[in-house]
Design a protein around this ligand. Structure first.
Ligand SMILES: [Zn+2]
Length: 320
């Protein structure tokens, strides 16, 4: 199933090719002014002082490049490396660490770290769309603990009050044959999970959860609710199974523990966004690596952000 990553593509080596590639993704209908929105009064900026890729708006008289208003804005990283890093993160099922990006791209580790965080932000769906599921469709919901020791993993339900300590909780909803939406939640109480279920899942769906207490009253919102009793080793009972979400968690956990080793509480939502993105744009839905990468690049628009590091210091946008 491994698809070839064509690292000889000029978009990864030639600055002009990378810029034109990005412009074509950012502006499929031609350049527009990111400041005033004008489309038909934009001209390329002549002269050599600014270098190629600069445009000028004849309406508001501002100058800009395609990077303005995106996570690439103010970045000193060449566009070739943004394209390559995005491709690598989109093409590897379990993700790629900042250490590996640092070695492969020849950038300082800190720069690679910020870069990966920005790419993740491009992958993240800031506002989930229409609810998952619907009449005749199955949606599985489950929670999992991220981090902590291997030996605690299987006892997650019975020992959640104790075994869950020091771990972060991901709550995922998956439509079978469809998309996943993961949430970083503070606890697994009904008060926390119910509003997410109600907002994100069509009530006509066939909803499958385990039989934990927090799902006891789910039937009121979802008449076609079925439970799976994991504590007695029951995993498959006809369509009442949670195999889909369980296998999603397997990829997520292998990725986070094997590739990223440690994910801070502050950034977990970005990692969840990354894994959700790759799952939702997966090969079995006929999405190629190239198409997935283009989608991730499209996502950089309107997401210019600065990150706080775990120690609370504001990260300088200039360092990436
Ligand atoms: Zn303008």
């Amino acid at each position: 199933m491994a698809r070839t990553v064509d690292l000889t593509n000029p978009i990864f080596t030639d600055p002009e090719a990378a810029r034109e590639h990005f412009e074509a993704i950012r502006w499929p209908n031609g350049p527009y002014c990111p400041f005033c929105g004008v489309v038909d009064r934009v001209a390329t900026l002549g002269g050599t002082s600014m270098g190629p890729g600069w445009y000028h708006c004849k309406d508001c008289r501002k100058k800009f490049t395609a990077a303005v208003g995106t996570i690439y804005e103010r970045s000193h990283i060449p566009m070739t490396k943004w394209m390559l890093a995005t491709h690598l993160m989109c093409a590897s099922k379990k993700g790629i660490s900042a250490h590996q990006l640092h070695r492969m791209l020849g950038l300082p580790y800190k720069t690679a770290w910020f870069m990966a965080m920005r790419i993740r932000e491009g992958m993240r769906d800031p506002k989930f769309g229409a609810p998952l599921g619907g009449g005749g469709k199955a949606v599985e919901a489950d929670e999992t603990y991220i981090g902590g020791k291997e030996k605690n993993k299987h006892a997650r339900k019975r020992t959640s009050a104790v075994g869950g300590m020091g771990k972060e909780i991901a709550f995922s909803l998956i439509e079978r044959g469809g998309k996943v939406r993961s949430h970083h939640v503070p606890d697994v109480s009904a008060a926390t999970l119910r509003p997410i279920l109600v907002a994100q899942i069509d009530r006509k769906s066939f909803l499958v959860t385990d039989d934990a207490g927090q799902y006891r009253h789910v039937q009121e919102d979802f008449p076609a609710h079925q439970t799976v009793n994991h504590s007695i080793g029951e995993y498959v009972r006809g369509p009442a199974h949670s195999n889909t979400v369980e296998s999603y968690f397997a990829i997520l956990k292998r990725g986070i523990s094997g590739v990223y080793h440690h994910v801070s509480q502050h950034h977990l939502k970005r990692y969840l966004g990354e894994f959700d993105f790759r799952y939702n744009e997966r090969a079995s839905l006929e999405v190629t690596d190239a198409e997935r990468t283009i989608k991730a690049v499209k996502g950089v628009v309107g997401k210019r952000v600065t990150f706080k590091r775990p120690n609370g210091r504001q990260a300088k946008a200039a360092s990436a």
